[in-house]
Design a protein around this ligand. Structure first.
Ligand SMILES: Cc1cn([C@H]2C[C@H](O)[C@@H](COP(=O)(O)OP(=O)(O)O[C@H]3O[C@@H](C)[C@H](O)[C@@H](O)[C@H]3O)O2)c(=O)[nH]c1=O
Length: 370
C-alpha cells in the first residue's frame, strides 16, 4: 500500500530542521515506497543540502520527493486530498488553512462514522533523557478535537528510534579516502595519519584543539566545509608542522555522510550530523546545541551515559561545548584512550543498529492506528 505523507518543515535556524526533514522524506520515499510531499518555508536551505533543488521553484520533485514552498497562498490553493499521515517536523505549527481542513475532515469522520482521519505526528527533538519514553506516542491535548501524537526519536526500544537507512553499515564500510581528492584534497594529504571533518558552531575551541594536535608526532588534517565559521582564521598555517587544515566544498547531504565514513575523527553538532557520526561508527566530538540554563549539559550527559563513553571522553565533550578544549584531547586521540574510544563508538553503533529505524516505527504506528 502506498501511503501518502505530508512533512512540514519550518526552518528556525541552522540546517538541522531541514536536514532531518529531507533525510526522513527521502527515506520514506525510497525505502518505504511512500508518496511524500515536503512543505518547507525556506527552499534555499534545502538547496544547500541538495543542489538539485531549485530555490526559485515553488513546486518541484527531487529524488522522488515532492517539494512545495510552504506559503499561505500555496497551502490555500492545494487541491490534493489530505494525506494518510502528516508529520510536523520538530513539532512546527501547521498552516491555519491546513489545520482547518484537518478539523473539517475530523468532523466528517465523527459524523458519518466512516473513513479514517489523517494521522498527525508531532516529530520531536532527539534526546537520550529518560523522560522521553514517558511522552513518546502520547496525544497532545487540543480544544479542536484533533489528536496529534508526539513521536520522540531516541535510543531505546520505548522511543521512536533514529533515522537510519537500511544499508548504512555496508555504505560506511566501503567508504574510500581516495574520494577526498575529488573534494580538492591534495593526493599527498589523503594518507595523513588522522583526517578530521569539522562541522562545529563558531565558538568551538578549534584553535586550542589544533594547538594540542600539533604536539603529537603524527600528522592531522582538518577538512572544513565552506561556510563553517571557526576560530582558525587568524592562525598562521605556516607555523604548524603536524596539523594542516583546508576548506572543502559544502557537500550535498549524501556526500556529507560519505565524508564522515572516510575520516578518522568527526567533529559534529546539532542533531542530524550527530546521528550520522554515530552511524559512521568512529570517534566523534559532539558540539551540542546550546540551550538555556545549561539544559544541553543534561542532554549531553544522558547520551554519554546511554552510549557508555569513557569518562575522559565525556569530560572533554562537556568542556568542548563550553568553548574549551580540555588538555586531554592530545591523549584521547592517540594510544590506549583512542582505542577505548573507538571501541565504545563501535559498540554503541552496533547496539543501536539492532533497533528498528524511526521511519519503520512511524509506519508501523500508522498501521496500528488504521
Ligand atoms: C557540513 C555539512 C552538513 N550537512 C548537513 C548535515 C545535516 O543534515 C545538516 C546539519 O544539521 P545538524 O547536524 O542538526 O546541525 P545544525 O546545527 O545545522 O542544526 C541544528 O538546528 C537547530 C535548529 C536544532 O535545534 C539543533 O538541534 C540542530 O539540529 O547539514 C550537509 O549536508 N553538508 C555539509 O557539508
Amino acid at each position: 500500500m502506498t501511503r501518502r505523507i505530508d512533512v512540514f518543515c519550518q526552518v528556525i535556524d541552522n540546517l538541522g530542521d531541514i536536514g532531518v526533514s529531507w533525510r526522513l522524506a527521502r527515506q520514506l520515499t525510497q525505502e518505504h515506497n511512500c508518496q511524500v510531499r515536503l512543505w518547507v518555508d525556506r527552499i534555499e536551505s534545502l538547496n544547500r543540502l541538495e543542489p538539485a533543488v531549485n530555490p526559485a521553484l515553488q513546486k518541484q520533485s527531487v529524488s522522488g520527493v515532492d517539494i512545495w514552498l510552504c506559503d499561505d497562498s500555496l497551502v490555500a490553493h492545494d487541491s490534493r486530498p489530505l494525506p494518510d499521515l502528516v508529520i510536523a517536523a520538530f513539532s512546527c505549527d501547521l498552516p491555519g488553512v491546513y489545520l482547518q481542513r484537518l478539523i473539517e475532515q475530523r468532523q466528517q469522520v465523527d459524523a458519518t462514522g466512516t473513513g479514517s482521519p489523517t494521522l498527525w505526528i508531532q516529530l520531536e527533538y532527539l534526546s537520550a533523557q529518560p523522560w522521553v519514553e514517558g511522552f513518546h506516542l502520547q496525544p497532545s491535548l487540543r480544544s479542536d478535537n484533533l489528536k496529534p501524537v508526539y513521536f520522540f526519536p531516541g535510543f531505546t526500544a520505548h522511543t521512536g528510534g533514529l533515522i537510519r537507512e537500511q544499508n548504512i553499515v555496508a555504505h560506511a564500510s566501503v567508504a574510500d579516502r581516495s574520494w577526498l581528492t575529488q573534494l580538492g584534497v591534495p593526493t599527498e594529504m589523503v594518507d595523513v595519519r588522522r583526517i578530521i571533518s569539522v562541522f562545529t558552531y563558531p565558538d568551538a575551541p578549534l584553535e586550542q584543539f589544533v594547538q594540542q594536535l600539533e604536539q603529537l608526532e603524527s600528522d592531522s588534517l582538518l577538512l572544513i566545509p565552506e561556510g563553517i565559521r571557526t576560530d582558525l582564521a587568524h592562525l598562521d598555517p605556516g607555523k604548524f608542522s603536524h596539523v594542516h587544515w583546508t576548506t572543502i566544498p559544502f557537500l550535498r547531504q549524501t556526500d556529507y555522510d560519505r565524508l564522515l565514513a572516510c575520516t578518522d575523527l568527526n567533529l559534529v553538532r546539532g542533531e542530524d550530523s550527530f546521528v550520522r557520526a554515530i552511524w559512521a561508527g568512529k570517534p566523534f566530538i559532539w558540539n551540542i546545541y546550546r540551550q538555556q540554563e545549561r539544559e544541553h549539559h543534561h542532554k549531553l550527559q544522558a547520551w554519554l551515559d546511554r552510549a557508555r563513553m569513557p569518562d575522559s571522553v565525556g569530560k572533554a565533550m562537556h568542556q568542548w561545548s563550553e568553548g574549551c578544549a580540555h588538555p586531554i584531547w592530545k591523549k584521547l586521540v592517540s594510544g590506549p584512550d583512542w582505542y577505548a574510544w573507538q571501541q565504545a563508538c563501535l559498540a554503541h553503533r552496533n547496539e543501536l543498529i539492532s533497533q528498528d529505524s524511526l521511519s519503520l516505527q512511524l509506519l508501523r504506528f500508522y498501521d496500528q492506528e488504521n
